[in-house]
Design a protein around this ligand. Structure first.
Ligand code: PHE
Length: 346
């Protein structure tokens, strides 16, 4: 009996086929009710008691092997038939781009901005959207009573009772990333930091409680205001076109001294005056300045040895100017009719 089982075990092991008919014959021969394997189970009664354990075990192995072989071959045969014999599949047909996705205009513009700065040696840095007071305000030279720390402007996460210097909030600008980078890297530092920022604003065509900024920071020996102007002039021409002119107006930020806002000549009317530039010929695109020595010192950078420039721009604002979009809310509604217009843009 043992020899008989082993012989059949070998037959099962050696069996192979690529046709479903042959496989069915295999099933009938070995596994059907009148097949060889059930017959062996029938003969099992005749096995002497002392051999039962051993014979029973190889008999079970045989049954399992045969069943396994059947399932495995069935799967292989159906799969191969599907891919080679199915005439409905024509691998030479051109792809039908019926519904291609599109990049969001803010992603397109963010990439363009980062690309322009990467060509002059800026690398990308990122920081958290939930920030503590130190990174968002204190290290950036905001006095404790500064109005930007007010509930009216900032979304706080910690409760009212938390002392102001320990508060946790959604960052109100990407300048917090400047601080994180200065704390963890030594000059020379040259980074751009894109990201989402949050302000407690009523939503309108011109303002939103969530928007996006790109921050820039360059710290080294002898970085000057001339570097700041040239860097931003280069950016404006690369982004808006080579005829773009720029002008700097004095401004104030706690973390830069001196501070400025940069305008570009209106890219819609070319400077002659239109609705977008409110007939002034100029539109504001960013805030900038020389990093205040207090900020460098807060981050353990020697302000006698190093100087730095910084700038920050709103991606929504720049995108609106570039594509003549007149309502900021469109960026957040995900209306397919709006997004479709950016098809093909990278
Ligand atoms: N953080 C400023 C803002 O949100 C922009 C800015 C960045 C200004 C860096 C100067 C330097 O308006």
């Amino acid at each position: 009996m043992k020899d008989k089982i082993e012989k059949i075990l070998k037959e099962v092991e050696d069996f192979s086929t690529d046709s479903l008919e042959k496989l069915e014959e295999f099933r009938i021969e070995y596994l059907s009710k009148k097949g060889k394997i059930p017959a062996l189970f029938g003969d099992f009664k005749t096995v002497a008691a002392e051999e039962r354990k051993e014979v029973g075990s190889i008999l079970n192995t045989l049954k399992n092997n045969a069943q396994h072989k059947l399932n495995e071959l069935k799967q292989i045969i159906t799969l191969t038939n599907h891919t080679t014999d199915n005439e409905d599949i024509d691998l030479t047909r051109p792809v039908d781009f019926r519904n291609p996705g599109t990049r969001h205009p803010l992603s397109i513009v963010r990439r363009q901005i980062l690309d322009i700065f990467s060509r002059i040696g800026y690398t990308v840095a990122e920081g958290p959207e939930i920030e503590n007071d130190w990174h968002n305000f204190s290290a950036l030279n905001f006095p404790e009573e500064h109005p930007a720390r007010d509930m009216q402007d900032t979304f706080f996460i910690s409760d009212d009772k938390t002392p102001s210097l320990e508060k946790i909030a959604l960052r109100t600008h990407t300048s917090s990333v400047q601080v994180r980078v200065m704390e963890s890297q030594k000059p020379p530092i040259r980074i751009v930091a894109p990201g989402r920022v949050f302000r407690n604003e009523a939503i309108s065509a011109r303002a939103h409680c969530i928007f996006h900024q790109v921050e820039g920071l360059y710290i080294d020996h002898n970085v000057s205001f001339a570097d700041l102007k040239q860097t931003l002039y280069y950016f404006a021409r690369e982004f808006f076109g080579e005829h773009t002119r720029v002008r700097f107006r004095p401004s104030y930020f706690p973390f830069t001294e001196p501070s400025a806002e940069m305008d570009i000549s209106c890219n819609i009317c070319g400077g002659s005056g239109c609705k977008i530039c409110k007939y002034s010929g100029w539109v504001e695109i960013l805030g900038c300045g020389m990093v205040d020595p207090n900020v460098l010192e807060s981050c353990n950078i020697d302000s006698k040895e190093f100087t730095g420039l910084a700038f920050g721009m709103g991606i929504e604002r720049i995108t609106m100017l570039k594509y003549q979009i007149d309502d900021l809310r469109l960026f957040f509604e995900n209306d397919i009719r709006f997004l479709k217009q950016f098809e093909g843009a990278l």
